[in-house]
Design a binder for this molecule. Sequence first.
Ligand SMILES: NC(=O)c1ccc[n+]([C@@H]2O[C@H](COP(=O)([O-])OP(=O)(O)OC[C@H]3O[C@@H](n4cnc5c(N)ncnc54)[C@H](O)[C@@H]3O)[C@@H](O)[C@H]2O)c1
Length: 265
Amino acid sequence: MTNLPHERKPRLDGKVAIVTGAGASADVVGNGQATAILFAYEGAKVLLVDNNEERVRGTLDAIKSHGGTASVYTGDVTSAESCRDMVQAALDRYGRLDILHNNVGIGGAGTVVEVSEDVWDSVMEVNVKSMMLTGKYAIPAMAETGGGSIINISSISAIRPRGLTAYTVSKGGVIALTHGMAIDHAAQGIRVNCILPGPVYSSMVAPGMSEDRRDTRRGSSPLGVEGTPWDIAWAAVYLASDESKWVTGVAFPVDGGVTLVSPPR
Ligand SMILES: NC(=O)c1ccc[n+]([C@@H]2O[C@H](COP(=O)([O-])OP(=O)(O)OC[C@H]3O[C@@H](n4cnc5c(N)ncnc54)[C@H](O)[C@@H]3O)[C@@H](O)[C@H]2O)c1
């Protein structure tokens, strides 16, 4: 009659997750940070990956204070060696790997006329190449135990550009990478989806953002509500869990409806 479970278990019970960029680069919660905290809250053991040990400490403390299980791996996801070692650390510490959440990403302002080659190359390296590298080592480990879920963080900037062209192209690349990985690894039981966050108030954008600008961003959503990293994190929990076991290759906007709205005439 119904396939509802009799007991409510934590949604990620028994799973092991890697979250990249699990720290926060400012004094405001980050997208990766919120996701790592909710993954642990829902029962996953979480490897917190960041290239800055200081920034990730708050995430570890928050998880521990709720009785969750997590530990830190300090490394740079643009380095193949770090990506290989980070996967090995998850296997050594927790015995398996079920979830890879690729959150690391940096901004890149300017048109093609304005942007420097160095900025262009570094945005592509941090935002796209890193996800190829983490996947290269995580996928064989996930396949060993029958599969897993990979979540890549893109952006609505990929489908709604505005003068951040290096960033837009990199986040479009993340969508294409998601589609490619979803097809290539479906037979191994690995699902690959991406989230397109809208203008959420997170550690990445908070520094220097005025209240006026926050208001404008809030007003860009037909809901009239400011998005937070927790909104992104709950979407990630769904995609990481078995609730989404028949969902792969999806580009999921979590944007309060921002991308539905046309510019005023
Ligand atoms: N805030 C928004 O409005 C918004 C909108 C769309 C997409 N996003 C996406 O959200 C993601 C970032 O969110 P956040 O709030 O967690 O950002 P954040 O800037 O706070 O970064 C999180 C962590 O990533 C770490 N990091 C940076 N480069 C790294 C590297 N090479 N290797 C390992 N760690 C590294 C930083 O030290 C930091 O602690 C990005 O992919 C971004 O493009 C944000």
